[in-house]
Design a protein around this ligand. Structure first.
Ligand SMILES: CCCCCCCC(=O)SCCNC(=O)CCNC(=O)[C@H](O)C(C)(C)COP(=O)(O)OP(=O)(O)OC[C@H]1O[C@@H](n2cnc3c(N)ncnc32)[C@H](O)[C@@H]1OP(=O)(O)O
Length: 241
């Protein structure tokens, strides 16, 4: 009931019953905000049409817990007035790059975005990101699945690093247009139970020419437990190398 209602709400928000397959335009709002370069080389319509066949993985599926659904629903609400933007997610890195999305190049068919590498729903990284432009803040709702185990019953530190890197990297990418993580320093404060839901909350603290300085906290939904905190530096270069 709740879940179906939410998916319905999502579809209505996107204004299309096939929103599962094609949410990015509505979700991103103004793509020029996200991608500060390259957009002029192809027509806007062509760029949009490339997303049509792509499956968006940042939408609810049956593996999402009630906690994950509730949080997702809360963030969708906050998207209504434009304060937050839902960020779509694909299973190939190339599909996030304007002008290259939907590419059929042979080599790119074989590669996967690391966090979307597991085909079964719920076993690996289940996550959805939301961006707040005025705060230059990217929040990722993250539900680690059973295949991310490190200590028995808890998420592997590398998986935590991966979700932090991706959230911080996406934040830098949205703010700076291009981004490559140059440095990431993580303090692990409290283990993350598999199947729980945490908030990976990152923001840009400072931009100095090509350097983007970011900080990030991973907390339980109620905010009471600090699981990890990180600082990072992204360089706004190299992504298209
Ligand atoms: C949609 C999906 C989003 C997913 C996001 C995922 C994000 C990622 O995982 S990225 C992958 C992991 N990162 C990498 O592989 C990066 C590997 N490193 C590199 O390619 C290069 O070192 C790169 C591009 C970061 C920097 O190289 P380059 O552009 O030549 O910079 P360089 O000229 O050496 O340094 C520029 C400045 O940055 C500083 N800097 C460079 N590296 C670092 C570092 N590791 N730590 C701190 N500062 C650094 C330098 O000191 C220099 O500062 P200044 O100008 O004041 O002297």
């Amino acid at each position: 009931g709740m879940r179906r209602g939410l998916v319905g709400a999502q579809a209505r928000l996107a204004g299309d019953k096939k929103s599962r397959m094609r949410a990015p335009c509505t979700a991103l709002g103004a793509p020029s905000l996200i991608f500060l370069h390259g957009i002029s080389t192809i027509s806007f319509q062509t760029w949009l049409s490339q997303f049509k066949q792509l499956k968006d993985y940042a939408l609810p599926n049956s593996s999402w817990s009630q906690g994950m659904m509730d949080l997702y629903s809360k963030f969708l609400e906050m998207c209504k007035d434009g304060t937050w933007k839902r960020i779509p997610s694909y299973n190939r890195t190339v599909d996030h790059i304007p002008g290259k999305a939907g590419s059929n190049e042979k080599e790119q068919k074989k590669t996967r975005l690391f966090l979307r590498s597991m085909d079964a729903e719920g076993v690996g990284f289940e996550y959805a990101m939301f961006f707040n432009p005025s705060e230059k803040r990217m929040v990722c709702l993250f539900q680690p699945g059973p295949y991310l185990e490190g200590p028995p019953g808890f998420a592997h530190g590398g998986s935590t690093a991966a979700i932090i890197d991706s959230t911080v990297g996406s934040c830098a990418l949205v703010v700076a247009g291009r981004a490559m993580t140059a440095n990431l320093s993580i303090n692990y404060r409290s283990p993350i139970p598999l199947g729980s839901v945490v908030l990976v909350d990152s923001k840009v603290d400072q931009v100095e020419e090509r350097k983007v300085f970011l900080s990030c906290e991973v907390r339980s939904i109620d905010g009471q437990t600090l699981h990890a905190e990180a600082t990072g530096k992204d360089l706004a270069a190299g992504f298209h190398r």
